[in-house]
Design a protein around this ligand. Structure first.
Ligand code: UDP
Length: 250
C-alpha cells in the first residue's frame, strides 16, 4: 500500500466481498444481469488501475443454509446448497467481466473441474500476478461458515491490503438507515466496537474475529453507486472503516 501523500491508488491488492443479495436488483430472487454488468464495469475500472482484485461472492439471492435450517431443513445440506449458489453467481460475474474485456478466473473451494478451477492459493496468486481477476466461489468449502468469513480468509491468503465489503448502504449506521432517516453514519470503528455493538452487525463474529486477529482492515461501502469501488481504492473516505485504532495496514 502506498503512503497517503503518494499519487496513485491506495491499495495494491484488494478483496472485494459482494453479497448475493447485491445481484438481485429489483428482483425477489435470482440474478439481475444489468446489475452484474454494472458491477463488472466497476471492477474493470479498478483492474485498469493495475490493482489486483479477488472477489468473493455470496449466494443469498439463491439459497441460504441457515434460513432453510430454521424451516427444518438439514443445516449442512442447506449450507452445501448455499455454497453451490455462490458458484452460479461467480459464473455470471465471470461472464460479465470477460464481456467487458477483463480476464477472470473462477476458482471453487468444492471441486468441480468441468465448471471452474479448484481453489489453490498459489495458483490464485499467480492469476493475480498475471493481471486476472479471481472469483472465489463455493465459500470455504465447509458448512457452518459464511461468505464473509470466506472473504476474510481469502483476503489473508492472497495478502490483500484490505477487505472491501460492498453493501446496499454507504457504510455502517447507528441504526438502520432504511427505516430510520435520522440514522447517523459511523466513519470508523475498531474491531471490538464492531463486534460488541448492540445494534449493528457488520459481519458475523467468525469473520470479524479473523480480520481482527490478523489486522485486516475492512471498508464497508455502497456498491450500487457507480464508481464507488474505484473511489474506495483511490483513497476517498467513503463508507465506514473497521480497523485497529493504529492500523498497521490502512
Ligand atoms: N456457505 C457455507 N460455507 C461457506 C460459505 C457459505 O456453508 O464457507 C453457505 C451458507 O449456507 C450461506 C450460503 O452459503 O448461507 C450463502 O452465503 P452467504 O449467506 O454468506 O451469502 P451472502 O449473504 O453474502 O449473499
Amino acid at each position: 500500500m502506498q503512503a497517503a501523500s503518494e499519487p496513485g491508488p491506495r491499495f495494491r491488492r484488494v478483496l472485494l466481498k459482494i453479497s448475493g443479495e447485491a445481484l438481485l436488483g429489483e428482483r425477489k430472487a435470482g440474478i439481475d444481469f444489468e446489475v452484474v454488468r454494472s458491477i463488472a464495469k466497476q471492477i474493470q475500472s479498478v483492474h485498469e488501475l493495475g490493482i489486483g482484485v479477488g472477489v468473493v461472492i455470496g449466494g443469498g439471492n439463491i439459497f441460504r443454509g441457515e434460513a432453510a435450517s430454521r424451516r427444518g431443513f438439514d443445516r449442512a445440506t442447506g449450507d452445501y446448497m448455499g455454497m453451490l449458489a455462490t458458484v452460479i453467481n461467480a459464473l455470471a460475474l465471470q461472464e460479465a467481466l470477460e464481456d467487458v474485456g477483463v480476464p477472470a478466473r473462477t476458482m471453487t473451494a468444492i471441486q468441480m473441474p468441468q465448471v471452474a478451477e479448484q481453489w489453490i492459493r498459489r495458483r490464485a496468486v499467480r492469476h493475480l500476478e498475471k493481471g486476472r481477476v479471481i472469483l472465489l466461489a463455493a465459500g470455504t468449502g465447509n458448512p457452518y461458515f459464511t461468505t464473509d468469513t470466506t472473504a476474510a480468509l481469502r483476503a489473508l491468503e492472497i495478502e490483500a491490503d484490505v477487505m472491501l465489503k460492498a453493501t446496499k448502504v454507504d457504510g455502517i449506521y447507528e441504526s438502520d438507515p432504511m427505516t430510520d432517516p435520522s440514522a447517523k453514519k459511523i466513519e470508523r470503528l475498531d474491531y471490538l466496537e464492531a463486534l460488541n455493538h448492540p445494534k449493528i452487525q457488520v459481519m458475523d463474529s467468525t469473520a470479524l474475529t479473523l480480520c481482527m486477529d490478523n489486522n485486516l482492515p475492512i471498508i464497508v461501502f455502497d456498491l450500487l453507486q457507480a464508481g464507488n469501488i474505484q473511489r474506495v481504492v483511490q483513497g476517498d473516505e467513503i463508507g465506514t472503516l473497521v480497523a485497529a485504532r493504529e492500523p498497521a495496514k490502512a
